[in-house]
Design a protein. Structure first.
Length: 169
């Protein structure tokens, strides 16, 4: 009888665990400035800097503005699009791009189509508090196999101080 009770308890637990799906694989995290291929798209964050405003924004920012200068290359053989991206904060909060911008020729815009072997350069804007973030980069051109990775955006984007070398020692 005790054997049946254990089985009766074990079966629903296994069913519940199976319903949760496969365990999520952690996404690879890359340093700022690295070129990262995700699917057929190659992303390169050229620069990230904090600003006080967004040129052409319909509304003033509530926080500081993280301006991300980005290069995206389509390494595939057909036209692809790349989606709006998001930042993930240290607290796991997600922050989407600012999308209400007009007359800013450097902004990537909302429709992002890339022909094969074409590289596009542009800027993304995020209205977020100053801090460390991860930019989630995505290739969702294959609905059955979306690929993602992170690029680290450190809290301080200032270059490290130059330490004079000691000579004569």
């Amino acid at each position: 009888m005790q054997f049946l009770n254990r089985r009766a308890l074990l079966a629903p637990m296994l069913l519940l665990l199976g319903a949760c799906g496969p365990r999520a694989v952690p996404l690879a995290t890359h340093p700022l400035g690295a070129k990262i291929q995700v699917g057929k798209l190659v992303y390169h964050v050229v620069e990230a800097e904090w600003r006080g405003e967004i040129p052409g924004a319909k509304n003033p920012p509530r926080n500081r503005v993280l301006q991300v200068t980005l290069s995206v290359t389509n390494s595939g053989s057909k036209e692809l699009s790349f989606p709006m991206l998001r930042l993930i904060g240290a607290d796991s909060a997600e922050h989407g791009e600012v999308a209400e911008i007009e007359d800013n020729p450097r902004w990537f815009g909302l429709l992002r189509r890339l022909n094969p072997a074409l590289t596009e350069n542009g800027i993304l804007y995020f209205d977020v508090p100053v801090g460390a973030y991860k930019l989630e980069i995505v290739d969702n051109s294959d609905a059955d196999r979306e690929e993602s990775a992170y690029i680290e955006i450190p809290a301080s984007l200032a270059p490290p101080p130059v330490v004079p070398s000691k000579t004569g020692e």
